[in-house]
Design a protein around this ligand. Sequence first.
Ligand SMILES: NC(=O)c1ccc[n+]([C@@H]2O[C@H](COP(=O)([O-])OP(=O)(O)OC[C@H]3O[C@@H](n4cnc5c(N)ncnc54)[C@H](O)[C@@H]3O)[C@@H](O)[C@H]2O)c1
Length: 404
Amino acid sequence: MAPTPQPIPDRMQRVELGDRSYDVVVGGTLLCRLGALARAALGNSASNAVIVADEGLPASLVRLAADSLSAERFTVSTHELKATEPNKNIESAERICIAMANARLERRDPVIALGGGIVGDLAGFAASIYRRGIPVIQCPTTLLSMVDAAVGGKTGANLSVTDSNGRCSLLKNLVGAFHQPSLVLADVDALSTLSDRQFRAGLAECLKHAMLALDVERTNEHSEDLLTFTLHSAPGILTRDRSLLATLVARNIAIKARVVASDERELSTVASGGRAILNLGHTFAHAIETLPALSPSNDPTQAPLHHGEAVALGLVAAAHAAAAMGLLPPADADQVRAAVEALGLPTQVANLPSNDALIARMRHDKKVVGGQIRLILPWKLGAVRSYFDPPNRVVNAGWDAIRA
Ligand SMILES: NC(=O)c1ccc[n+]([C@@H]2O[C@H](COP(=O)([O-])OP(=O)(O)OC[C@H]3O[C@@H](n4cnc5c(N)ncnc54)[C@H](O)[C@@H]3O)[C@@H](O)[C@H]2O)c1
């Protein structure tokens, strides 16, 4: 029999969004309490539940979640999904809706997203359109989805579009809806089976949060600022110490929750705040993450980059762009590169297209408004601002910093 893991105290974070507020619980052995926590969040009128489960998860984890729901009188069906970007499409969302209809889900019945960001985004999207919206409970199983995708209510699918020249491109998250979950459970024990590469990809989003945390975490809330904590704790985090992971995940979720609560739909135009600051590194990342030839170790068998790897490169690029703009001392930009390296993430990549081609790709990002690039740049370690249409030399400095 497997030894019982040491208990880790649950940490609760409320995402304050008026009548769409919800709790995020971070801890260990949470999935065996899914049923009771779901019942408390949804009340007694919910009776059926569909688990949308990532096909790559251990069967025992899916069973744990299903048994826990059954013990709380939910009638449970499971729908498995292959978590790949090409499969993150409208047809997959439709299949989830059909599974919900077959399970006779009514307006108060939940869908449970058990997996990484792909499963969370698709199950959340299906929940937003089925019967014009039913509850979704996010149970993220990757580090990236715990600290980022599962909180905040962005759901969606990719769209495959063929242009007039017959070129087909996968446009990421082009369709979707804001649909806040009813509950989020981040069980750090689910991370034990995650590959090292996927785990490190999640650390890139943690570093992103650490690079903007000074304006979001309250002064004296923690003994160390998030960047210092993350780097000090890196050795333990990389060996997946459960207690350190719970602290890391909880602090990152608190940051995401506060930013989302201040600007749920990313409408703020305030340079120093709003949900857009979470795009730090992402304007660079989006331009490279769908390029098929790029890989973290410059080994073609490892291509393409994972989202988090592209974000890691984007953070280095943003720091050096900020240095070129005179915002950040060059030594601080070098410190960002060292931090990315310390977390086992790439800081340079081979086979990048020309800077002009990359800037053209940045202008096509779905977040671009009126063709203007908006960069989120650090002005000190831990604080960022947004800048519209930075000079090309600034953007070029970013790309040059990560070109192998
Ligand atoms: N909604 C948002 O706000 C938001 C934010 C960031 C990213 N995203 C989306 O999230 C997606 C990326 O999500 P991701 O990085 O979580 O990866 P993912 O969902 O692509 O999963 C990565 C891989 O890990 C496997 N996996 C998942 N959990 C596992 C576990 N516990 N053990 C073993 N294997 C496991 C999956 O089968 C898959 O092969 C992208 O589609 C991105 O667009 C959404």
